[in-house]
Design a protein around this ligand. Structure first.
Ligand code: PMP
Length: 299
């Protein structure tokens, strides 16, 4: 069965889901998006993802033609149309169709689409053995030029860094700010563990305020760990007892080697494992239900 895509007010088969070549999302990367997951028939942190999207759109003066509540229903409707319980959801709002000039005022209506598809999970060995990372030469965009804390359609900064990761044969890379502080990875946030303390860079330096990042901070505090948002340099990563990444696709993934430096004892750390267990517990039990219980799509 072809995927049913929600596009500008209706569900259409994927081969009919077409966007104009005059859409400013395509021409200029002018728009915002979200990557969201559904687990066991529930959408995880849907409200938080949508709030981040609406905040980003507000900063860009991009009018989303639906209320946040309506957008929730769009996501749920797309999941139902594809009979999905576990899914990766891509929600996109572009500035819409305009002319070839930059001027967003020439784009009267935003384009909205939602793709829901089965998720391709990261290989299990990433979680069992941990990741090897590099520090990318490409610096995180300066936030006073293009603030990456808005999840905009302009991802070239991360893509350039991702090309470096691919050349180095590693799945992710650390990006530094133009001042040389650790910012985040190309598509994940980063945490260090020192004893009972967790440290992650603050978002004001131009990081994405990750939904998983926040969930992990909340879980960690619930577990009696101290959580700090602090600036640090790459040397603090090398000397941390544990390092892990967070993201919607990755969830919580241990890091065991950065730039050829072994992290801790070179194995996924205990705190990282405990947080991953707690996170996997959280996704089991909360989230926006996709189906009314009575007519739920069977597992
Ligand atoms: N940083 C960047 C640059 C991202 O693109 C993402 C999302 N893939 C993240 C961090 C993690 O954010 P979230 O937990 O909301 O998926």
């Amino acid at each position: 069965m072809p995927l049913q895509i929600w596009l500008d007010g209706k569900l259409v088969p994927e081969e009919e889901a077409r966007i104009s070549v005059f859409d400013h999302g395509l021409l200029y990367g002018d728009g915002v998006f979200e990557g969201i997951r559904a687990y066991h028939g529930r959408v995880f942190k849907l409200q938080e993802h949508l709030q981040r999207m609406y905040d980003g759109a507000h900063c860009l003066n991009l009018q989303i033609p639906y209320s946040l509540e309506e957008m929730k229903e769009i996501v749920l409707e797309t999941l139902r149309a594809n009979e999905l319980r576990d899914a990766y959801i891509r929600l996109v709002v572009t500035r819409g169709v305009g002319d070839l000039g930059l001027d967003p005022r020439k784009c009267p209506v935003a384009t909205v689409f939602c793709i829901a598809t089965s998720i391709s999970l990261y290989p299990d060995e990433f979680y069992r053995n941990g990741l090897t990372l590099i520090t990318c030469a490409t610096r995180r965009n300066a936030p006073d030029a293009l603030n990456m804390s808005i999840k905009s359609l302009n991802y070239l900064n991360s893509i350039t860094a991702k090309l470096e990761c691919a050349r180095a044969g590693v799945p992710e890379g650390i990006m530094l700010t133009t001042d040389g502080y650790v910012a985040e990875c190309t598509g994940d946030n980063i945490f260090l563990v020192y004893g009972r303390r967790l440290i992650t860079p603050p978002v004001h330096i131009g990081n994405l305020p990750g939904i998983t990042r926040q969930a992990v901070m909340d879980l960690a505090e619930g577990m009696g760990l101290e959580v700090r948002e602090e600036l640090f340099r790459i040397q603090s990563v090398y000397t941390a007892e544990e390092v892990f990444l967070t993201g919607t696709a990755a969830e919580i993934i241990p890091v065991v080697d950065v730039d050829g430096r072994q992290i801790g004892d070179g194995k996924p750390g205990e705190t990282t494992q405990r947080l991953l267990e707690a996170f996997r517990g959280l996704i089991q039990c909360c989230g926006e239900p996709i189906y009314p219980e009575a007519s739920a799509v069977p597992e």
